[in-house]
Design a protein around this ligand. Structure first.
Ligand code: SF4
Length: 510
């Protein structure tokens, strides 16, 4: 029988010499890079948040990474996050990006934009739907109106004509009205009825008003995480299309570094583009020269925004890929393929008939952007032998054209099919999409651990900093593709030297 061997077991063991903590950390560990970056960050905004007095505090640099044998309580870390870090983390993220720009990893001249939905911590059955609230509010208002009409003829109607829709009842107005009624001598029945309004209906009305205020422009929100909106997720494990409370997270990347992020309540990407780029400009005091995005961002409003701000937009539009197909290009009946005489403002159909301009109109987008459209109509389609191939309309063929949008699309198409456009298109899958892949699949960051927009955003900022440092560390260790060499500021000399030092250590160890 083999001899049983146990590890040395002595509880009173002491060490003769104190150990150096950093000896336990390998030379090529990312922790060393984090240390250098944390030491180089300007944390004055965090320091200003400490009031002084009382027990000594842990240094914020220590709480941000290695504790050096200190053992802060989890409450200390949580307090640090919610009191000091929440306000400063976005500024710290900007500082890390500025370091990367100075080191030559980033230029901030090009941004690859994309969005994904990340689930909120809230339960999926905590929903509040706008339609439901509005429906119940209307019913409640009707009940209140009936009681008020019983109590005081004519008050509830506000001299409103019968055919007009009733004006919504405001809780503040209702309180004043109840107070006025209570000042008068009323019968017992009337007093009882008005008490029902005061005790039962008024709190419910206030609750509905609060729901609508929280909803803002959204159609839903979660009771436990009011900043989260119910959205259809790609990750639908139950395969039932159930909506879940989530955030639309938008990121901008360059060389697979996250250069900007923001959160939005609306699930559609095109509405997020303008505020996202405004946020980028606010963070770096400049717009990127080029933006690359998928067709979700290709709206007239966004193209116009890029034109005004001198941004070259390699941004697709919904029909971009279809337009490249032969079947589309050879279909002479499509409105996009009809000959257009710009000087005389008419289209020509395959039968040679003119579609004359018969009027103009406007279209309003979800966020109020107004587009101008023109309508063109053929003079007589009756008896046309090509009618079955051309259109299904009962009368003459009528088309709606947005000339401005077509001009933007033409410009975008030229950019996207140019050599530079092809290069950007080929890079898109390895830019934001790869970052999301890393984030959600590899790092399992697909559900937030906090409630509330501020906390969730702070959490993602910490993640984005860690992600960028991880990428920086990998690039520093990649001897096949070394980091670009640039003249860097003295402040960064230490950081640069340690990044240069890693590969040497690895080679020596080999
Ligand atoms: S149906 Fe009208 S618009 Fe279409 S090809 Fe015939 S004439 Fe032209």
């Amino acid at each position: 029988m083999a001899k049983v061997v146990f590890k040395d077991y002595s509880q009173g063991q002491i060490s003769l010499f104190p150990t150096r903590l950093d000896e336990k950390i390998p030379e090529d560990s990312p922790a060393r890079l984090v240390n250098q970056v944390v030491d180089n960050l300007d944390i004055r905004s965090i320091m200003d948040g400490y009031q002084g007095g009382g027990c000594s505090a842990y240094h914020p640099r220590m709480i941000m990474w290695l504790s050096g044998n200190h053992i802060p309580d989890h409450n200390t870390i949580n307090r640090f996050r919610s009191t000091h870090l929440k306000a400063s983390i976005h500024e710290l993220f900007t500082q890390v990006i500025t370091l990367l720009v100075e080191m030559g990893h980033l230029s901030l001249n090009v941004v690859y934009v994309d969005g994904t939905k990340i689930e909120s911590k809230a339960n999926k059955y905590t929903f509040v739907w706008r339609k439901s609230v509005e429906k119940h509010k209307v019913k409640l208002e009707e009940k209140i109106r009936q009681v008020l009409q019983q109590v005081e003829e004519g008050i509830a109607g506000d001299n409103q004509a019968d055919d007009e829709p009733p004006t919504p009842i405001n809780s503040e107005e209702l309180k004043k009205r109840i107070a006025a009624i209570n000042r008068e001598n009323r019968s017992k029945e009337e007093q009882k009825a008005i008490k029902t309004v005061e005790d039962k209906y008024l709190p419910k009305l206030e609750e509905y008003e609060k729901h609508l205020e929280t909803l803002g422009n959204r159609n839903s929100y979660s009771k436990t995480d009011p900043a989260a909106t119910f959205m259809r997720m790609k990750e639908d494990h139950m395969m039932n299309g159930q909506l879940k409370p989530a955030y639309n997270v938008q990121i901008g990347t360059e060389n697979q570094f996250i250069t900007h992020y923001d959160f939005y309540p609306n699930p559609t990407d095109y509405l997020t583009f303008k505020p996202f780029m405004n946020g980028f400009e606010k963070r770096y005091k400049k717009f990127p020269a080029k933006v690359v995005g998928d067709s979700g961002y290709g709206s007239e409003e966004n193209y116009k925004y890029m034109e005004i701000n001198d941004i070259e937009g390699f941004v697709k539009y919904p029909m971009f890929h279809k337009e490249q197909k032969k079947s589309f290009q050879t279909n002479a009946f499509l409105a996009q393929n009809l000959y257009y005489n710009a000087a005389k403002d008419y289209f020509v159909c395959p039968m040679g008939q003119h579609l004359e301009n018969v009027g103009k109109g406007t279209r309003k987008s979800e966020n109020g952007f107004v587009s101008n459209v023109s309508y063109y109509e053929a003079q007589n389609c009756e008896g046309c032998p090509l009618k079955c191939l051309c259109n299904n309309a009962k009368g003459n063929r009528r088309i709606e054209i947005n000339h401005q949008l077509n001009a933007y699309r033409k410009k975008s198409r030229e950019l996207l099919t140019s050599p530079e456009g092809l290069m950007h298109r080929s890079k898109r899958p390895i830019e934001p999409e790869a970052v999301f892949g890393q984030t959600k699949a590899n790092k399992q960051y697909n559900r937030f651990r906090h409630f509330g927009g501020d906390k969730v955003k702070m959490d993602f900022a910490i993640f984005a900093i860690a992600f960028n440092l991880g990428k920086m560390h990998k690039k520093a260790n990649n001897t096949n593709n070394p980091a670009p060499k640039r003249i860097i500021s003295p402040k960064l000399a230490v950081l640069k030297s340690i990044l240069d030092f890693y590969p040497q250590q690895i080679n020596m160890a080999a």
